[in-house]
Design a protein around this ligand. Structure first.
Ligand code: ADP
Length: 419
């Protein structure tokens, strides 16, 4: 017994000596809080966790520290502030050795709005710009702001450099032909109505990762990146620049999502309002919270349900078929944006990484473009495993696990080092 304890304690001491230059990453989502402590140089994650099901009857937190997993029920109807207090007081502040080595805090922010094009050290002006962008990301920016304010105002002990890393930054060089809507130009000039994109942090991470796998320079990379999770989006990257993406002014446009509709004919909104007398607030709630897979099936937004029931229940089949049809349509459209060469299509996100069925049904619709899935590789690539899932005579398709926290930590570190 003593031998065992001594072994753990000597492992711990060795481990502590290696700790330096740590970044705390905070990702306050609309109904979850993700957090991690990493060293962006050696890419090691020392602590990571997630508070799930905020505002529901059974909010709980799970975290992993030194290889040990912890779980605790937090209670009912828990909000972001309560969850953050728990994360900071019960998880973070208890790790004194980690705290001593913390040099910065990276906050994920979905929308930078009109003004912000890159990661920023947080000050009052940056907070104002994030506030101004709330109408572009009404589900996300308010939660992101709570995280920033709680850390800065309530926990001076964490008064390290706070950096905001924006999903929209990845789209800053998108050409006008992609980001303009065909509505009167003044709406763009005067009110900033344009395509901004979202999920940029994940697409950016994936692009960097595939460069390493394919041994390519970032600025000659041509890929189509599919991030499929509760929110889903697809980005076309040509010569290292994102040249188009499916999310628009807000993260509502594009692919079929868990509860969001993605693309619809805008006239549906007038029809709902004028003919069905549904108020605009309710229409917004229908399109953001009651549509997508949940709306199509009337049952669930959780892909585990659809995977299990695809061949058993017609509601599941029709929802998945619409999901894959839309995704295949986008992939084929985005191939036209590649300059003569497609280096890879990549699947990532909770669904992209874990559901072979989706990859198979989508790629089978793209055989005219030469896509040939390898069924064996596809079936075995899930649960955190990355790799190629196509035959050698096909345009390459990879599954890669995303790591938004790592990219946020690297951006945070870069900015701190620059100042
Ligand atoms: P978010 O957009 O909230 O970050 P995620 O990327 O975590 O979402 O993806 C959540 C989606 O992925 C859910 O629909 C969930 O059911 C699905 N998912 C996650 N893991 C699995 C799995 N092992 N099998 C099937 N579906 C999964």
């Amino acid at each position: 017994m003593n031998f065992c304890l001594n072994k753990i304690s000597s492992y711990y001491k060795k481990w502590i000596k290696k700790l330096k230059n740590l970044i705390f990453v905070l990702n306050c989502g609309s109904s979850s809080v993700k957090f991690a402590i990493l060293n962006p140089d050696n890419e090691k994650t020392y602590l990571s966790g997630l508070v799930e099901r905020l505002f529901l009857p059974d909010t709980y937190i799970t975290w992993k520290f030194l290889g040990t997993k912890h779980k605790k029920i937090l209670g009912s109807n828990i909000n972001h502030k309560f969850a953050l207090d728990f994360v900071i007081e019960q998880v973070l502040l208890k790790q004194k050795d980690i705290l001593k080595n913390l040099i910065g805090i990276g906050h994920r922010v979905v929308h930078g709005g009109i003004k912000i094009k890159e990661s920023m050290l947080i000050n009052d002006t940056v907070i104002k710009y994030i506030q101004d962008a709330i109408s572009f990301a009404p589900l996300h920016n308010p939660a992101n702001l709570i995280g920033i304010k709680v850390i800065i105002e309530k926990y001076p002990i964490l008064s390290k450099k706070n950096v905001a890393v924006f999903d929209t930054s990845f789209y800053k060089d998108m050409p006008k032909t992609s980001f303009l809507y065909a509505i009167p130009y003044d709406f763009y000039k005067k009110h900033g109505i344009r395509r901004y994109g979202a999920h940029g942090i994940s697409h950016h991470y994936i692009a960097r990762k595939i460069c390493i796998i394919l041994n390519k320079n970032f600025n000659s990379l041509n890929i189509i990146s599919c991030h499929l999770g509760n929110g889903s989006s697809i980005s076309a990257i040509c010569n290292g620049v994102c040249v188009d993406t499916s999310m628009g002014l807000t993260p509502l446009e594009g692919l079929v999502m868990g509860t969001r509709s993605g693309d619809i004919d805008p006239s549906i909104i007038f029809f709902m309002n004028k003919k069905l007398h549904i108020k605009f607030d309710e229409i917004e709630s229908i399109l953001t919270k009651k549509s997508g897979l949940l709306g199509l099936s009337g049952i669930s937004s959780d892909f585990r349900y659809f995977e299990k029931n695809y061949n058993l229940k017609k509601e599941a089949k029709r929802s998945v078929d619409v999901f894959c049809h839309r995704l295949a349509k986008y992939i084929s459209a985005y191939t036209t944006l590649m300059e003569n060469r497609l280096d890879a299509v990549i699947f990532t996100g909770g669904i992209g990484e874990n559901v072979p069925l989706i990859r198979e049904l989508t790629l089978s619709r793209l055989s005219l473009l030469g896509f040939r899935i390898n069924l064996k590789l596809n079936l075995s690539t899930k649960g955190g495993k990355s790799g190629l899932i196509t035959e050698l005579n096909s345009p390459p398709v990879f599954v890669i696990s995303t790591n938004e926290e790592l990219l946020i930590a690297q951006e945070t570190m870069n900015l701190i080092n620059q100042k």
